[in-house]
Design a protein around this ligand. Structure first.
Ligand SMILES: *Cc1c(COP(=O)(O)O)cnc(C)c1O
Length: 236
């Protein structure tokens, strides 16, 4: 399936989710997660009208960046080792995986401009998931005030891997309510207007619950083996 057709379907799904929740589709950005696919396939996504690309490894981002350059808006979405910050910080517009003070300090030190970051929250409490405990987020964000190159653009989460709609909804709703608490702190360095949540399986639910950025890989660009052999499965 080509990226343009996938994108049409996803936009359709977004429109319907927006209707159900009384939202404007223009308020939702689609990040094409290209971690499974080639640079060429990422280029196809741009051709199809995608402006935002997400990568979860410093190497993958650097490799694609060397070919595709700074035309797409780059999002770093994976767990980030501090020693790799210097390789990506000048290439990305957003970092979605801020989860500890040592990483924030390294970003602050290496960046030559303010970097909008998402604090990654482990809402579901699953051990396999990265991200901070929800109870630690407010204290952490207060500490970031001392780092001039860090701005808290929003919160990010990965929902549990389940088809149970209520579990997913509950996870997204919790992130939204934590966002509201942070907004009400009125911190200059933490406007926290964005919510990065929703992937191939659950983006429509995430949008109904307030997502402003959805990170979609499989349903949009597929993954390499599926693209070569047959059509990627569309899950939504
Ligand atoms: C891989 C990945 C995605 C996209 O997952 P799909 O299910 O393929 O859409 C989104 N967010 C993060 C952090 C990821 O690592």
């Amino acid at each position: 399936m080509n990226v343009a057709d996938n994108l049409d379907k996803i936009r359709g799904g977004i429109d319907e989710a927006c209707k159900r929740s009384n939202r404007n589709p223009e308020d939702i950005k689609i990040i094409a997660v290209t971690k499974y696919v080639s640079t060429q396939r990422a280029g196809d996504a741009i051709e199809a009208g995608i402006c935002h690309l997400g990568e979860n490894r410093a190497e993958g981002l650097t490799e694609k960046w060397e070919t595709l350059g700074s035309k797409p808006v780059w999002h770093f979405i994976g767990s980030l080792q501090s020693r790799k910050v210097k390789n990506i910080v000048d290439k990305v517009s957003y970092i979605h995986s801020l989860d500890r003070l040592s990483l924030a300090k390294e970003i602050d030190k290496r960046a030559e401009r303010v970097i909008p970051c998402f604090v990654q929250v482990n809402v579901s409490g699953e051990e396999s998931k990265h991200g901070m405990d929800p109870g630690e987020v407010k204290g952490f964000i207060r500490q970031l005030a001392q780092l001039p190159n860090i701005k808290v653009a929003g919160l990010m989460t990965m929902a549990p891997n389940t088809d149970d709609e209520e579990i997913l909804r509950c996870c997204f709703r919790s992130l939204k309510s934590l966002q509201q608490e942070i907004i009400s702190l009125n911190l200059e360095h933490a406007p926290c207007t964005e919510l990065s949540m929703g992937m191939s399986n659950d983006y429509t639910i995430a949008i109904e619950e307030g997502a402003t950025m959805v990170r979609i890989g499989t349903a949009l660009v597929g993954n390499e083996t599926e693209v070569q052999e047959n059509e990627p499965e569309i899950k939504n």
